[in-house]
Design a protein around this ligand. Sequence first.
Ligand SMILES: Cc1cc2nc3c(=O)[nH]c(=O)nc-3n(C[C@H](O)[C@H](O)[C@H](O)COP(=O)(O)OP(=O)(O)OC[C@H]3O[C@@H](n4cnc5c(N)ncnc54)[C@H](O)[C@@H]3O)c2cc1C
Length: 308
Amino acid sequence: MPFGLSMVGPVIYTFGTPEQKAKFLPRILSGDDWWCQGYSEPGAGSDLASLRTKAERDGDHYVVNGQKTWTTMAQHADWGFFLVRTNPDVKQQEGISFLLIDMKTPGIEVRPIITLGGEHEVNEVFLDNVRVPIENRVYEEDKGWTCAKFLLAHERTGIAGVAGSKRGIEKIKEIATTEMDGDKPLLSNPFFRRKVAELEMDLTALEYTELRTLAGEAAGKGPGPESSVLKIKGSEIQQRITELALEAAGHYGAPYFRGFGEGDNEHPIGPDWAHRTAPSYFNVRKTTIYGGSNEVQRGIIAKMVLGL
Ligand SMILES: Cc1cc2nc3c(=O)[nH]c(=O)nc-3n(C[C@H](O)[C@H](O)[C@H](O)COP(=O)(O)OP(=O)(O)OC[C@H]3O[C@@H](n4cnc5c(N)ncnc54)[C@H](O)[C@@H]3O)c2cc1C
């Protein structure tokens, strides 16, 4: 995601103080600052409100202790937006605050989690007596859940990823025009062609749904539960694209592990584009999990849209 997880911008724009807006927004817009998202914890994923990382006041600072996990690109982040518990004695959602933390603050340790595709994309973040100025809290103390939900609606709208999926489908069509299935281009295979056409239709429907959401936002109506629809459909389309690319690559897509057979001049075979298909396939399994799993999004739609 460009500039790290910069969806904190709308939160600062909507809930931040004039000083916070002046300090952070220009550098988010220019991409000078990279951001990471400190929401999830071991034991607090779908049930996010049960988070336990705590922030206690000490003069004009909070002292933060706890652990976050799955923190995307924290190894590159200049800043992180963190959900912390500031009041353990009230209903879970009512004791959470939203803090902006400089990732160079003493007491922060970022440890890598290596994913199935061998990539370093996510991390564990440990916070040990991390001192955060109170002026870095967005919105009121204990009211961070309002910011958290607002941010997640924007995050889910962004996960729809229409532009990226359009590029993905174009690439598949380009490949299927040159790759042969027997003596004909793969794209003339009716089964393959049908899958491409279905993807294009679903993506067009998603694009118009996203445009309706954006038009609503431009008219001052922030994204609501429709962001869950965008998230589900967008993430499923992204996964189908990687599945189709892997199908087009055939045996050339068999995973090639760098370092395996080193010294015996073994190289991956087949065209260059095919070497990324298996790692992409594995990597994109994440999209139905992050930003709130698709199962949980279906629950939100059932409750908020269908009234079940
Ligand atoms: C690649 C990747 C990047 C991520 N990046 C970040 C990040 O930058 N910052 C951050 O804070 N978090 C991040 N996450 C964490 C992500 O938001 C959580 O993984 C997600 O919310 C699910 O939580 P969990 O992993 O604890 O699973 P759990 O909540 O333990 O869920 C386990 C399973 O149970 C199902 N389930 C749980 N509750 C329900 C329910 N009520 N109804 C139906 N099914 C349910 C889930 O769908 C899932 O299949 C990332 C995750 C991944 C995989």
